[in-house]
Design a binder for this molecule. Structure first.
Ligand SMILES: *Cc1c(COP(=O)(O)O)cnc(C)c1O
Length: 325
């Protein structure tokens, strides 16, 4: 294994435990990996990625990190905390709700509270722009980075969601963490998938095994697996393995709804189901959708054996939910 530098932020291993009530009800042996409980900045999968991204930013000699995301981004929140801990400035370009082709009619989250409040607490220089599509947001982010550089900052740029090869590497390593915790391998691992590095890391980790990682799409972008393959190219270089084609990333779109972060009664029902069965909180944009899809797959008998729900976090977003449930 390569010695990739890591800047410690999260408490590992995150808990792994069985969901007894849901196992009985769904007829599968259902477990949960609690990345909502990283012990860092409100939890979530971005803490893993940031350990490697921050180490790389520090190695590069940067004093400022620039990224972008939706206003209620869990990534910007955790990045803000990581930069504070590392003594770096953090600037982020945000839009209330960037979209693919047309704006979402009913957003699942408000533009205040939740992650936005936490960004302020962590000291993020959050620049909010009028809504546009994702390419508009990436362009804003680059302009912001250039603005910081014009003022003399040494900028480290991080793509949306921390989805660079190093972000994916963190989930390749997370699979080893899981293996050390679990007596038997899982047949399927179900998780929310969006910017892709979670899925890319897990897909590389389980390639050629009996464990099937199933990403539940949170963006209605049909060709998103092409982006995942691109992230994977960089990971393959890091690991000295052959790259995986886009077709190797199993994505399920059944819970995606009309747009990223769109309000959905089915997702809200899944959130309530998890809360009232196991006392565990999910969010309306990611983990709630992943669990909604898991319930639907179990009902279709598309899941069997030992199944892991990888909780990717997002709970702070629940405190900005537009509701009602
Ligand atoms: C970012 C995020 C995801 C998606 O992870 P990607 O690596 O971007 O695909 C899933 N769940 C939550 C809560 C997130 O914040």
């Amino acid at each position: 294994m390569l010695a990739t530098p890591r800047f410690p932020l999260i408490q590992t291993p995150t808990p792994l435990h069985r969901l007894g009530r849901l196992s009985n009800e769904l007829g599968v042996d259902l477990w949960i990996k609690r990345d909502d409980l990283t012990g860092f900045a409100g939890g979530g999968n971005k803490g893993r990625k940031l350990e490697y991204l921050l180490a790389d930013a520090l190695r590069s000699g940067a004093d400022t990190v620039v990224t972008c995301g939706a206003l209620q981004s869990n990534f910007i929140r955790q990045l803000g905390a990581a930069c504070a801990v590392a003594g770096l400035k953090c600037a982020a370009a945000a839009m209330a709700l960037p979209y693919l082709e047309r704006p979402v009619q009913e957003p699942a989250l408000r533009a205040t509270g939740g992650n936005v409040l936490l960004d302020e607490i962590f000291g993020v220089d959050l620049r909010i722009y009028p809504d546009g599509d994702w390419d508009d947001l990436y362009a804003r982010s680059e302009v912001l980075a250039l603005e910081c550089e014009a003022k003399g900052a040494r900028v480290y740029r991080i793509p949306v969601g921390g989805s660079s090869p190093l972000g994916a590497y963190s989930f390749y390593i997370a699979a080893q963490e899981l293996a050390a915790q679990s007596e038997e391998p899982f047949d399927a691992i179900v998780f929310a998938s969006s910017s892709g590095s979670t899925q890319v890391g897990l897909a590389y980790a389980y390639a050629g095994t009996t464990t099937q990682p199933i990403g539940i799409a949170c963006d209605p972008e049909p060709d998103i697996a092409e982006d995942f393959a691109e992230i994977g190219l960089g990971l393959a270089r890091l690991l000295h393995v052959n790259p995986m084609p886009a077709s190797a990333f199993r994505l399920d779109f059944r819970a995606v709804g009309p747009g990223y972060a769109a309000w959905s009664p089915e997702t809200n029902r899944a959130i309530v189901k998890m809360a009232r069965s196991e006392g565990i909180l999910l969010d309306p944009v990611y983990s709630g959708k992943a669990f909604e899809a898991l319930l639907s797959m179990a009902a279709d008998r598309a899941l069997s054996g030992r199944v892991l729900f990888w909780h990717t976090g997002g709970v702070p977003g629940l405190f900005a939910a537009t509701g009602p449930l």
